[in-house]
Design a protein around this ligand. Structure first.
Ligand code: FAD
Length: 408
């Protein structure tokens, strides 16, 4: 800006597709870009491409509400998300790109003695297994930190306390996509935008060629990281059904306000499903539940607008006259137990990263890190061994709703 934008170069190259790559990642969202970056940076691999049908970050990557936390309690999940949070803490340095990670605290409101007990169990588990910043606050502590919530005894769900993770917070989602893209490109990864995979040719039990809107591309290994479009790609590969449904999730932003809310506040345990934070521009960023019908459309419906606005008013009544600026929707890949998949598939050279439900933003660094490890070494790291498609056959459900002890 100060230089009048003189001498600004491209952040990443815009190459023509090559006829063959050793590794092709389908999907230029956060998970695809992070995977490409770690394949090159951690494993020294070359001849990699990321294929994106639109523009980088045009999917859920640029549509989410940017909450990052690691308050998961199930074995496997807590270590995975804590690893992710530690990667977040160094991400701006790692990428030399300011991802604006703001550890402003995640405050999940508690509305019943049962909710307090359940949260205490989860947060104690976190403390005992390597996540030291899990706290249960009583009402007095909560009122000191966020004095302007609706603390009325006559509220439909009176507030009794909160479960708090102080290292949690928000980040700038576009910057994360751009930072990983620039980092991957600097390691030689070809990032191909406007390159939609439209067909998949197989050679027996392997993928041989991807038919794209920019021509045929042969691939040694293929990795899907297409979030809500996973079932479409899965069908193109001639595979059966997946335990994933595509649903719409909306988000909202208000007109800019003066500083009003310093933390992420969630109204979700035993009450409604609502969460809110304030962006650096001052907009109140918030969201709630799914639209609750399956769709590939990236737009939402009005009943959720009403639902979310009512929840906002019940928690922060001072928002009553604030104008809504925009609302939009993303296409989320909901798995049957709420937990994701990072795994091999029935095809020898096809790898799957999907099932992120409401919560794949926070998972981005660890997801890319472990997916790259899987693709590079052709075996799952111990930490992701249960994130496979066969866990249901083994009777294992990692039942954490993709949302931890509390949503988002
Ligand atoms: P995407 O960005 O959707 O990437 C997939 C890419 O694949 C897309 O760019 C798409 O164009 C591309 N693609 C699809 N088909 C093809 C094809 N045939 N050929 C080539 N490319 C293709 N998570 C959190 O942790 N915290 C939150 O606060 C949070 N809030 C959310 C709020 C909303 C409204 C939504 C929608 C999601 C939210 N999430 C949140 C979830 C998170 O955004 C997603 O789980 C995560 O972004 C998914 O991974 P991705 O970025 O790789 O997906």
């Amino acid at each position: 800006g100060i230089t009048g934008q003189k001498g600004w170069g491209r952040q990443w190259r815009d190459p023509e597709p090559k006829p063959h790559y050793d590794i092709v990642i389908v999907g230029g969202g956060l998970h695809g870009l992070a995977t490409a970056y770690y394949l090159a940076a951690n494993h020294g691999l070359k001849n990699i491409a990321v294929l994106e049908k639109g523009w980088l970050g045009g999917g859920n990557a640029g549509r989410n509400t940017t909450i990052v936390r690691s308050n998961y309690a199930r074995p496997g999940n807590r270590e995975f998300y804590e690893h992710s949070l530690k990667l977040w803490e160094n991400l701006s340095h790692e990428l030399n790109y300011n991802v604006m990670f703001s550890q402003r605290s995640h405050i999940a409101l508690l509305h019943s003695p049962g909710a307090i007990d359940a949260a205490a169990r989860n947060y104690n588990t976190m403390r005992m297994t390597g996540t030291p910043d899990a706290e249960i606050w009583d009402l007095a502590a909560l009122k000191r930190a966020v004095p302007h919530l609706n603390y009325s005894d006559t509220a439909r769900f009176p507030i009794m306390g909160a479960a708090v993770q102080k290292r949690a917070g928000t980040a700038r989602h576009d910057a994360v996509a751009w930072g990983y893209a620039r980092g991957a490109d600097a390691h030689g990864v070809d990032i191909l935008q406007q390159c939609e995979v439209q067909g998949i040719a197989r050679d027996g039990d392997s993928v041989s060629t991807l038919e794209t809107s920019r021509g045929s591309i042969r691939a040694g290994k293929v990795a899907f990281a297409v979030a809500g479009n996973t079932s479409r790609l899965w069908n193109m590969a001639g595979l059966g059904k997946l335990p994933i449904e595509s649903h719409k999730l909306q988000a909202f932003v208000s007109e800019p306000l003066k500083p009003l809310l310093d933390q992420v506040v969630v109204f979700g345990i035993g009450g409604a499903h609502f969460y809110m934070s304030q962006s650096d521009k001052g907009g109140m960023v918030f969201g709630g539940d799914l639209d609750w019908y399956k769709s590939y459309a990236q737009r939402g419906n009005l009943p959720i607008v009403q639902d979310v606005s009512e929840a906002a008013m019940s928690i922060l009544p001072c928002l009553g006259r604030v104008k809504l600026l925009r609302h939009w929707s993303g296409l989320v890949d909901m798995s049957m137990d709420g937990t994701h998949f990072i795994c091999k598939t029935p095809l020898a050279n096809l790898y799957l990263n999907a099932g992120w439900n409401y919560g794949g933003f926070k998972a981005t660094p660890a997801s890319g890190w472990y997916f790259a490890d899987l693709i590079a070494n052709d075996r799952p790291h111990d930490r992701i061994r249960n994130y496979d498609l066969k866990r249901f056959e083994r009777g294992l459900q990692i039942d954490e709703r993709g949302a931890g002890p509390d949503p988002k």
